[in-house]
Ligand binder design. Sequence first.
Ligand code: GUN
Ligand code: ZN
Length: 432
Amino acid sequence: MPVYRSALLRFADDGTALYDQDGLLAVGPDAEGRQRVLAAGAWQSLAPQFAGEPVVHLPGRILAPGFVDLHIHFPQTDVIGSPADGLLPWLENYTFPHESRFVDPGYSAQVAEFFVAELLRNGVTTALAFATSHPASVDALFAEAQRQQMRLITGKVLQDRHSPDGVRDDTVQSLIDTEALIRRWHGVDRLGYAITPRFAPTSTPEQLRGAGELAARYPDVWIQSHVAENLDEIRWARELFPASRSYLAVYDDFGLMRERAVYAHCIHFNDDDRALMRDTGATAAVSPTSNLFLGSGFFDYAGADRVGFGYGLASDVGGGTSFSPFKTMMAAYYVGREGQTKQGLSLSPQQLWWQHTAGAARALGLEGVVGNLQPGCEADFLVLNPAATPLLARKTQQARNLEELLFALIVLGDDRVVEQTVISQAKYGSRA
Ligand code: GUN
Ligand code: ZN
């Protein structure tokens, strides 16, 4: 059983960052052979319990929880950086044509291999991901995540109207395919299924109704979609569903708001929408690099906290511009400063880091399972090098407290900081 000695970052239940300059992390297998955290805290107080165990000493490094990406599109890996005049032209001109290629299982498998490797290389150990409307794309991504023992949730995109040939699916078949994929993959190893209507404008009421029925029949399956990202999109959704109180309420009207439902963006909300998120237990995937790149707007952090619904951070690749959680946290900070309410919110680095780890895990209903290094958590963790670049080395050396250290990493960090990603599985755990 390896015992690690290093600086150690984790989070208390209330979201406070806990940091031990000289920390101990002990991991060991549970009954299924999955590595879990046995103990985490100050070396001095915990070391006697582990006397005689082999110690992996990592001076100058920081052990931190693996990041959780709450919303990412695996088939948009190669769509990153496609400029467009807002969301709808971007979908039509770049995204839909590219996603049509994933009908080919071989192509899907090749991109899935790169995608999972890129997540792990960037320190993301749990992701809620969109596939495409082709079941082959879902099989490819699950198979690759299973091979890497990664915790991954994905689903077949539902889009039976207002979508071009090549990505548009058939209403009845799409629901049959969804249920077959749930039965094939949900709960297998570390994999989970998400019922995935792309967004209300590309689904008929019949498809949304069928998705809602599946969500009721499989209550521990996730739901993911997009909402209130862009003003043209909102106008369109309101025209298509005039009977619903708001764009968000469309999803509620079809039984698609509940715990384990994660909606990307949630930018243009009023307080009724915020209360609906809170009361149903649905959560938001805040996607700041995407929102800045596509010019969609700013997530209203103050509004979300005032009304009290859950959220966490997401890359939204390929509307988003980076796989790196450091880039996403940096963009979230800009959004806090410049956001809709013009309150000049200064999100603390501890708060930003929490939103991409333990907070995102909570938004997924996986609090205490991933995104943290408290005892009992699955031992997905990162070995970070705070001196990965000359400038980082200078800056982190001068940090006088945790806030300054984490800010330096967020502002100057990227994939170079992630020296090693350790997955909660014996094969990988023993390698670190
Ligand atoms: N809304 C519907 N589809 C998409 C998508 O692929 N990306 C983003 N950012 N928004 C969407
Ligand atoms: Zn998205």
